[in-house]
Design a protein around this ligand. Structure first.
Ligand SMILES: CC(C)(COP(=O)(O)OP(=O)(O)OC[C@H]1O[C@@H](n2cnc3c(N)ncnc32)[C@H](O)[C@@H]1OP(=O)(O)O)[C@@H](O)C(=O)NCCC(=O)NCCS
Length: 233
């Protein structure tokens, strides 16, 4: 499973690459799983001398992208959101880093991918979790519109557990997204925006949240929404 497995060679699942022919069943989390290794290089460090968070985030996006492509069998998949990134411990120069990703949950066109980042002891192979994250990818057709992906086949109790936890996160994301859309008319490019509630932002053009608020204000709004959602159970 190490390294990049070419999609065109993946004939084991009955799904032709890039969605030309769709199989009847679906794919298991293992079929979409991906693992890669990195070494922390001196040019990747922050002023503290540990691995820069942005580098880890880029690695996370990369492995999750591979899982989304493998599961969907589509050439075009995009990152719709990244959440719950937790940096458990710093990574130091020369350390070996293992990134693993797998599909936790599949909607109609979207997939939640879980990524685990571990520090590996090069002498005894033991691993310690350093970072984890959840990403949502959406499969796109040739015209760039969301398109359906194969269902996820849950085979083990662990698959069931991950799926159930992901289902809750998906619901939370949906609620936050629909509230933000209602409130700010947030919409994807080319789609008609929801009508903004505030008269001061009544332009008919789609209004991106980050175009009217500073990054800190956006984070404040997201935190408020999360608090309200938690409060409302
Ligand atoms: C992601 C994107 C294609 C969704 O487009 P959209 O018109 O909002 O699509 P829809 O409302 O039909 O939603 C499609 C699916 O994506 C999910 N989705 C959309 N935005 C999401 C978000 N921010 N977080 C999680 N899921 C999201 C929806 O729940 C839906 O899932 P489902 O089909 O499994 O039920 C669009 O927002 C986009 O192109 N974003 C930019 C992507 C990008 O540039 N990424 C960085 C580089 S890869």
């Amino acid at each position: 499973m190490d390294g990049i497995k070419e999609l065109k060679k993946d004939k084991s699942t009955g799904f032709a690459p890039f969605g030309r022919k769709r199989g009847p069943t679906g794919r298991s989390p293992r079929e979409g799983a991906f693992l890669t290794r990195k070494i922390v290089a001196p040019d990747m460090l922050n002023p503290n001398g540990t691995l820069f968070g942005g580098v880890i985030m880029s690695w996370i996006d990369e492995v999750a992208f591979m899982s989304a492509r493998r599961h969907s069998g589509r050439p075009f998949v995009v990152t719709a959101s990244i959440d719950n990134i937790t940096f458990w411990m710093p990574l130091k120069p020369g350390e070996h880093v293992i990134l693993t990703s797998q599909v936790n949950y599949v909607g109609r066109t979207s997939m939640e991918i879980g990524v685990k980042v571990e520090r590996e002891n090069p002498y005894d192979g033991s691993r310690t979790q350093a970072t984890s994250a959840y990403l949502t990818f959406v499969a796109l057709d040739k015209r760039g519109r969301p398109t359906s992906v194969p269902p996820l086949i849950l085979e083990t109790p662990e698959d069931e557990r991950r799926h159930e936890e992901a289902r809750i996160r998906v619901k939370v994301r949906e609620r936050i997204r629909s509230r933000l859309k209602r409130k700010y008319g947030l919409a994807a490019e080319g789609k008609e925006a929801a009508k903004p509630q505030s008269p001061s932002r009544s332009s008919s053009a789609p209004t991106a949240l980050w175009s009217v608020l500073s990054p800190d204000a956006v984070m404040g709004k997201v935190k408020d929404t999360l608090k309200r959602l938690q409060g409302s159970g």
